[in-house]
Ligand binder design. Structure first.
Ligand code: ADP
Length: 738
C-alpha cells in the first residue's frame, strides 16, 4: 500500500472523526436519552473513531491503527442496524434475522482481523475483502429494510423522513464505498467522509424532532442554495475562462456579475420548482391546487360556489380524504355545515360544546394529532414530576394527570370522523370566527407539514374574505331591491289609491243612496263584495307601502310585555267567535327594546293572525317572552349580548320545508286571500330594530315564530333589569328553520 503521509485524506478524516464524535456527544448531552439515542450515539462514535483511526494510520503508518480501523468497521453495521431497528416500530422477526446474521459473522471477522499476517499477503487481501463486503452488504440491507418499513408506516411524516434518510444514507454509503477503496489500495478523494458527516447530522436532526418534515424541508432549501451556488460558480467560471480575450479581468468580472444579477432570480425559481417537484411532490401538488382555488375565489361572491371550489381543490390535491366547511349561523350559537368531502361529518357544531377548540384556534391552525402528542408529553412530564415530588409510584400509575390540552381534545370530539384532522378558522374583519375548515387525510398520520398548514391557512383567510364579501353583496342586493320596490310602490299607490277611493265612494253611494231607497238583495250583495274587495286592495297597497318605506317610526324604549298584553286585548275582541285557547307566559324581568311600539304591535298581530289562520280558528296559541343571550348583529357587538325573545307558538299543521324556504319573501302566500306580505314586513321591522324573526316548525305539530330583539340596556334610558332577571332560566334553544 502506498504511504499516505499528511495528505488531504488524513486531514479530512481527522476533521470528520472529530465532528462525528461531537455529534455523538451532543446527542447524549441533550437529556431525555432514549434507546434510539443511545444507538445513534454509539453509531456516530464508531464512525468518528473509525475516521480518527484512519487519520492516525495516515500519520503514523503503524499497522495497529489499521487493525483498529478494521475492528471499528466490523462494528459499524452492528450499531447501524440496531439504530435502524429502534427508529421505526416493526415486525420483530425481520429484525432478528438481519441482526442475528450480522452477529454471527462478527466473531470470525474479529479473528480474521486479529490473526497476524504479512501485509499484502493473500490472507491480508482476503481479510480486507471480507470486511468490505460485510460492512457494505449489511449497511445496504439495513437501509433497504428501513426504507421498506418507512413505506409501510401510516404516518406521512415518517414515510418522508425515512425516504429522505435512506436517500442521504445511500449517497453517504456510495461515497464511502469509493472512500473505502483506500483500504483496498486505491486512493480516491475523501468525499465519503464529508457526506457521512452530513448523513450523521441529518440523522441527529431526525431523531431530535419528532416531526421531521422541518428537517426535510430545511434540507430541500439547502439543496436549492447549493444548486444555485454551483450554477452561478459555473457561469462565473465560463465567463472568466472563455471571454478572456479582453485581457481585462475586471471587465470580465463586472460582466459576470451583471449576468448573474440578471439570471439569479429566474434561476433560483427554476431550481426551487424542480427540487420541490422532485423532493416535495405532494406539497407541490397541494400548493398548486390551493393556488388555483385562491385565484378562483377572488371572483366569487356566492357562498355555495365558494364551498364547491374549496372542496374540489382539496380533492384534486389528492392530499385529503375528508374535509368539511362550516359557516357560523346568524345567531352565532353554532356552525352549520356548508359542504363536505369523504365520510359523513356532523351537520352542526355548537359553539357552546366546541368553545375550548374555538379558543385554541385563536392561536392559529390546529393539527389535532400534534395536540394529542403535546398532551401525551405533558402528561408524561406531569406524572414524572408528581412521582418525583412525593416519591409515590402508585400515584403515577393510578391517576391520569389532567392537562390543558384535554379540554381542546374533548371539544374536538364534535368534529366526528374529522376529529384527528387539521382545523382552521375563517374570520371576519373583527377577527371573529365565521367559518371552520376541517381537513384530514385518514390514510396517514401527520398528514400535513407546518408549511402546508400555512398554505391551508391562506385558503381559510380567503374563505373569510369571500364570506364577508358575499354578506355585503347580499345586503346591497336587498337594499337595491327594496329601493326599487319602494319606487314602484309609491307610483302604484298613487295610481291605485285615488281611483280606489272613487270606486269605494261610488259603491257606498249605490249601496245607500237615500235612507228610504229600495235595493234588491242581489245588488246589495254585489255592492258588498265590491266594498270588501276595495278594502282588501287598499290594505294590499298599504302593505306594499309599509314594506317599501324605511321601517323607522318613533323608536323608544319599549316594554314588550306591555305590548303583548295590549295587543291581545285588541285581538280578543276580534277573535270572540274563535275556539281558541291562548296561553301567555311573560318574563317579568324583561329589559326594554328600542323599537317603535306600533310596529312591534303590527308584528305580533301578523304572527298571531297567521297562527290562528293556520289552525283554522281552532287550537292553542302560546305567547311567551324571555331573555336570551347571543351574538349582536351590530358592528363591535360581543357574542354574549342580551336579547328579548317574543315567541308565538301554535299547534297547527306546521310548515313544509318547501314553503318554509319562501315564507319571508314578499308576496309569497299559500292562502287564497293572503297578500304574502305579513312576514316580510314583520321581518323587516325586526331587522331594522337590530333583531330578526326565526322559525321552528314541525309538520303536523305546529310552528313557533320567535321575534328576537336586542335589549336596549345601554342605548336608551330603560329601566335596567336585575342580573338575575337577565340570566336565562334555561340554555338558549337552537333556533333553526325546519
Ligand atoms: P299571508 O299570511 O298573507 O299569506 P305571510 O307573509 O304572513 O302572508 O305568510 C306567508 C306564508 O307563510 C303563509 O301563506 C303561510 O303559508 C305561511 N305561514 C305563516 N305563518 C304560519 C303558521 N303559523 N303556520 C303555518 N304556516 C304559516
Amino acid at each position: 500500500m502506498a504511504p499516505l503521509g499528511i495528505d488531504l485524506r488524513t486531514r479530512t478524516t481527522l476533521v470528520c472523526g472529530a465532528l462525528a464524535l461531537a455529534i455523538a456527544a451532543s446527542t447524549l448531552l441533550r437529556g431525555r436519552v432514549r434507546r434510539v439515542h443511545l444507538f445513534f450515539a454509539a453509531f456516530a462514535a464508531d464512525v468518528g473513531l473509525w475516521y480518527l483511526s484512519q487519520s492516525l494510520f495516515g500519520f503514523f503508518q503503524a499497522s495497529i491503527w489499521e487493525r483498529f480501523t478494521a475492528i471499528l468497521a466490523v462494528l459499524l453495521p452492528q450499531f447501524a442496524l440496531q439504530l435502524f431497528e429502534a427508529m421505526i416500530p416493526h415486525d420483530p422477526d425481520r429484525r432478528s434475522r438481519l441482526l442475528r446474521f450480522a452477529g454471527v459473522l462478527v466473531i470470525p471477522l474479529f479473528i480474521l482481523v486479529l490473526v497476524s499476517r504479512e501485509p499484502g499477503s493473500w490472507l491480508d487481501w482476503l481479510t480486507r475483502g471480507c470486511i468490505f463486503l460485510y460492512v457494505f452488504a449489511l449497511l445496504t440491507a439495513g437501509l433497504y429494510t428501513l426504507g421498506q418499513r418507512g413505506k409501510q408506516s401510516s404516518s406521512r411524516a415518517t414515510q418522508r423522513r425515512v425516504r429522505f434518510l435512506v436517500v442521504i444514507g445511500a449517497l453517504a454509503g456510495l461515497a464511502s464505498v469509493a472512500d473505502f477503496a483506500w483500504f483496498l489500495g486505491a486512493e480516491p478523494p475523501p468525499v465519503g467522509a464529508a457526506l457521512s458527516i452530513v448523513f450523521l447530522f441529518v440523522l441527529a436532526q431526525a431523531l431530535r424532532h419528532e416531526r421531521l418534515l422541518d428537517a426535510y424541508e430545511m434540507l430541500a432549501r439547502l439543496l436549492v442554495a447549493t444548486a444555485v451556488a454551483f450554477l452561478i460558480a459555473l457561469i462565473f467560471y465560463l465567463l472568466l475562462t472563455f471571454i478572456g480575450g479582453f485581457n481585462t479581468m475586471y471587465l470580465n468580472a463586472v460582466l459576470a456579475a451583471i449576468v448573474i444579477l440578471v439570471l439569479f432570480d429566474p434561476l433560483r425559481e427554476r431550481v426551487e420548482e424542480q427540487l420541490q417537484r422532485l423532493f416535495l411532490r405532494e406539497r407541490f401538488d397541494l400548493d398548486r391546487s390551493l393556488a388555483e382555488a385562491r385565484r378562483r375565489l377572488v371572483h366569487t361572491l356566492e357562498v355555495d360556489e365558494m364551498g364547491s371550489i374549496v372542496m374540489s381543490a382539496l380533492e384534486q390535491s389528492r392530499r385529503v380524504t375528508a374535509a368539511a366547511l362550516y359557516l357560523r349561523d346568524q345567531d352565532g350559537t353554532g356552525f352549520d355545515r356548508l359542504t363536505s368531502l369523504g365520510p359523513r361529518v356532523p351537520e352542526r357544531i355548537e359553539v357552546a360544546t366546541a368553545r375550548a377548540l374555538l379558543d385554541r384556534l385563536d392561536r392559529g391552525p390546529l393539527a389535532m394529532e400534534e395536540l394529542e402528542r403535546e398532551a401525551r408529553e405533558r402528561r408524561a412530564r406531569r406524572s414524572q414530576s408528581d412521582a418525583d415530588d412525593d416519591g409515590n409510584f402508585a400515584r403515577r400509575t393510578e391517576v391520569r394527570p389532567q392537562v390543558p390540552e384535554d379540554a381542546v381534545l374533548a371539544a374536538a370530539e364534535v368534529l366526528g370522523s374529522l376529529c384527528s384532522g387539521v382545523v382552521l378558522c375563517a374570520r371576519d374583519e373583527q377577527g371573529e370566527p365565521i367559518g371552520l375548515l376541517v381537513v384530514a387525510d385518514t390514510r396517514v398520520r401527520d398528514a400535513f407539514s407546518p408549511e402546508e398548514l400555512t398554505l391551508l391557512e391562506t385558503l381559510a383567510a380567503q374563505i373569510g374574505v369571500v364570506l364577508e364579501n358575499s354578506r355585503l353583496y347580499a345586503q346591497m342586493k336587498e337594499r337595491d331591491r327594496l329601493a326599487l320596490l319602494g319606487q314602484m310602490a309609491a307610483g302604484l299607490a298613487h295610481e291605485i289609491r285615488n281611483p280606489l277611493g272613487a270606486i269605494k265612494g261610488a259603491a257606498q253611494l249605490l249601496a245607500d243612496p237615500v235612507p228610504e231607497a229600495q235595493i234588491d238583495a242581489a245588488s246589495r250583495e254585489f255592492l258588498g263584495i265590491i266594498l270588501e274587495e276595495v278594502d282588501r286592495l287598499d290594505r294590499v297597497v298599504g302593505s306594499v307601502l309599509d314594506l317599501a318605506r324605511p321601517a323607522q317610526g318613533s323608536v323608544v324604549p319599549t316594554d314588550v310585555n306591555a305590548i303583548v298584553r295590549r295587543t291581545l286585548q285588541v285581538l280578543s275582541i276580534e277573535r270572540r267567535n274563535d275556539q281558541l285557547e291562548v296561553e301567555v307566559t311573560l318574563d317579568p324581568g324583561l329589559p326594554r327594546v328600542a323599537i317603535d311600539p306600533e310596529q312591534l304591535r303590527q308584528v305580533l298581530m301578523n304572527l298571531f293572525r297567521n297562527a290562528v289562520q293556520a289552525m283554522k280558528g281552532r287550537g292553542k296559541v302560546v305567547i311567551s317572552t324571555r331573555v336570551r343571550f347571543g351574538r349582536g348583529t351590530r358592528p363591535g357587538s360581543g357574542s354574549d349580548e342580551p336579547f328579548v325573545e317574543l315567541n308565538v307558538t301554535d299547534n297547527g299543521p306546521g310548515i313544509s320545508q318547501k314553503v318554509l324556504a319562501n315564507i319571508f319573501l314578499p308576496f309569497f302566500t299559500t292562502k287564497d286571500k293572503g297578500t304574502g306580505l305579513g312576514l316580510s314586513i314583520s321581518q323587516r321591522i325586526a331587522q331594522s330594530a337590530g333583531g330578526r324573526i326565526e322559525v321552528r316548525s314541525y309538520e303536523g305539530k305546529g310552528s313557533t315564530f320567535a321575534v328576537i330583539l336586542p335589549a336596549a340596556v345601554d342605548k336608551l334610558s330603560a329601566p335596567q333589569p336585575s342580573p338575575a332577571a337577565l340570566a336565562p332560566a334555561e340554555p338558549a334553544p337552537q333556533e333553526r328553520p325546519g
